[in-house]
Design a protein around this ligand. Structure first.
Ligand code: TEU
Length: 552
């Protein structure tokens, strides 16, 4: 397929540098640590590495609050160390994309320091300043506005008060961002993961939000705002045009299929793919702290609509996990000893063979689990800490608040990567910034790599299948058994090759016999499974996954 973009058959691996590997013993991961672990990624077979932010930052939101876009935070290393890492990544035939966080800066960024210095500052208009706040709320609790005593006005921060929103209406802001992006591309990076990039165009006048979604009032005035496609097309013209082989993915809470299509239609020159949030919101009622068990039929409807919606035009990303989501094996699998490995493989299989580019978050390939947080002291994340403080101040029972946070807190994803069974899981020789999960003695990379039946080797095979079987990257998608609450099944077909993916998403035996042509499929070539299949048609054991192939 010479005309197809390379990233359709690629798999991306996300590194959260703070928690990946520490080379200098300060308890915080760093670039030297990543460099020393690149062979783990090579062995897994991934094509691209996405690094969460490594720029100088007060670390109020673990680096998503950037104080200098053109340097590396000393806690992670130096620009020289970055260049060395990039060269090592390229030498191994992989690519590297940076996190681009330009909806907001840190309040310690020189642009904001200048902007807040006086109402007459030439950079006053680089941010949003108002005497009277509107009713928008912050993603991290409370109002989205902070009063600046010195000039008597409030500034907008959709995230923490240390993350003021940039005003993209101002062309100087856009130019400054474009030149910074070009600077990184000239340095050799291969593209960007763009943080909340569909938030950058705010409705003129910043009208009050309808207070329907209690967690984030006002979102309708900046999710996919009026000038968003214009801004992204301009970015493409100014930064990406004429450069080869990039991968640009937009993180987009609240993106719709219609917008996703516009963002990723190659003819429109915007982005390559988006991260949408519909599936990771399916187990929540009133925001993330109000979660309940997933109904598999909801997942089928959601994924099915996205597969269909982007079938002809556009491209999607496929993910279970990132640094903001709880661990998938604990969330929708079964992390108890008996089923952990099986269910982690089942969920990986279910996801990876859809149409789209899969993303693996560090530790997902080991089947890493959520964390048994015993008290509020065990949490580090600003979102969790602010929520706890706000809820307890409002009179909620602290134990109940903790219980609601445990399954969903972002800290579940942020405990150190489990390299081996030693004291701090081989992550650091010092004291880790957040404690390692006690189960690292059992769940770790060393053990997984040595065990051919591990989650690691199953993910490796899934990645290999995307590389070698064109139907995975390019085939059509058909959802089967839409109303079955336990068996997730679909086919992919491409130029006479057909794949059947069938996964039992439950701890009890289930039958896939309702699949059209089930008996014939059961006799087809079994390409991948997480179990020893018994010759019983499509009778599936607990958490059993199978991938069949036939040529028509
Ligand atoms: O997250 C965007 C986002 O929408 C957040 O609301 C996220 O989903 C949050 O965890 C909800 O519970 C991005 C980054 O991935 C996140 O780490 C940052 O905190 C956020 O932007 C601000 O930069």
């Amino acid at each position: 397929m010479p005309s197809e973009p390379w990233w359709k058959s690629a798999v991306v691996y996300q590194i959260y540098p703070r928690s990946f590997a520490d080379s200098d013993g300060d308890g915080i991961g760093d670039l030297g640590g990543i460099r020393a672990r690149l062979d783990h990624l090579r062995a897994l077979g991934v094509d691209v590495i996405w690094l969460s932010p490594i720029y100088p930052s007060p670390q109020d939101d673990n680096g998503y609050d950037i104080a200098d876009y053109r340097d590396i935070d000393p806690v992670f290393g130096t620009l020289d160390a970055f260049d060395a890492l990039l060269a090592d990544v390229h030498r191994r035939g992989m690519r590297l994309i940076m996190d681009l966080v330009v909806n907001h800066t840190s309040d310690e960024h020189p642009w904001f320091l200048e902007s807040r210095s006086s109402r007459e500052s030439p950079k006053r208009d680089w941010y949003f300043w108002r005497e009277q706040p509107n009713n928008w709320t912050s993603a991290f609790s409370g109002s989205a506005w902070e009063l600046d005593e010195a000039t008597g006005e409030h500034y907008l921060h959709v995230f923490s008060r240390k993350q003021p929103d940039l005003n993209w209406e101002n062309p100087e802001v856009r130019e400054a961002v474009h030149s910074m992006m070009s600077w990184w591309l000239d340095r050799g990076v291969d593209g960007f993961r763009m943080d909340v990039i569909n938030f950058i165009s705010k409705a003129p006048g910043l009208p009050d939000g309808a207070a329907t979604d209690q967690r984030q009032v006002g979102g309708e005035h900046y999710h996919n705002g009026p000038r968003i496609h214009e801004f992204i097309q301009e970015m493409h013209r100014e930064v990406f045009a004429g450069r080869d082989a990039l991968l640009n993915v937009g993180e987009m809470p609240g993106v719709t299929i219609e917008h996703a299509k516009l963002f990723t239609d190659p003819a429109r020159n915007e982005l390559d793919m988006v991260f949408q949030f519909e599936h990771v919101n399916l187990d929540q009622r009133d925001g993330k702290w109000d979660s309940f068990p997933l109904d598999l039929r909801d997942l089928k409807r959601s994924f099915g609509r996205w597969q269909e919606g982007l079938a002809e035009t556009g491209w999607n990303s496929l993910y279970w996990n990132n640094h903001d989501q709880p661990r998938i094996v604990s969330r929708w699998g079964d992390d108890r000893r008996e089923h952990r490995v099986r269910s982690a493989k089942a969920l990986g299989t279910l996801l990876h063979l859809h149409r789209g580019t899969p993303y693996v978050y560090q530790g997902e390939e080991l089947g890493m689990t959520n964390v048994p947080f015993d008290s509020i002291e065990a949490f580090r994340d600003i979102e969790s800490l602010n929520h706890y403080a706000e809820a307890v101040a409002a009179g909620e029972d602290p134990e109940a608040v903790l219980a609601s946070m445990r399954p969903m807190s972002r800290d579940n994803a942020r405990t150190p990567m489990q390299w081996d069974g030693s004291e701090h899981a081989g992550f650091t020789t010092g004291e880790p910034w957040i404690p390692v999960n006690p189960n690292h003695t059992e769940i770790n990379a060393e053990a997984a790599v040595a065990d051919p039946e591990s989650v690691f080797h199953h993910y490796r095979r899934l990645i290999e299948l995307r590389h070698t079987e064109p139907a995975v990257a390019h085939g059509d998608f058909t959802m089967l058994l839409e109303d079955d609450p336990r068996v997730y099944a679909y086919t992919r077909s491409f130029e006479g090759t057909e794949l059947l993916v069938v996964v039992n998403v439950s701890g009890e035996a289930a039958s896939g016999a309702a699949i059209p042509d089930a008996e014939a499929w059961a006799a087809a070539e079994l390409v991948l499974t997480n179990a020893e299949p018994e010759p019983r048609g499509l009778e599936l054991g607990p958490w059993e996954a199978r991938v069949y192939r036939r040529v028509t």
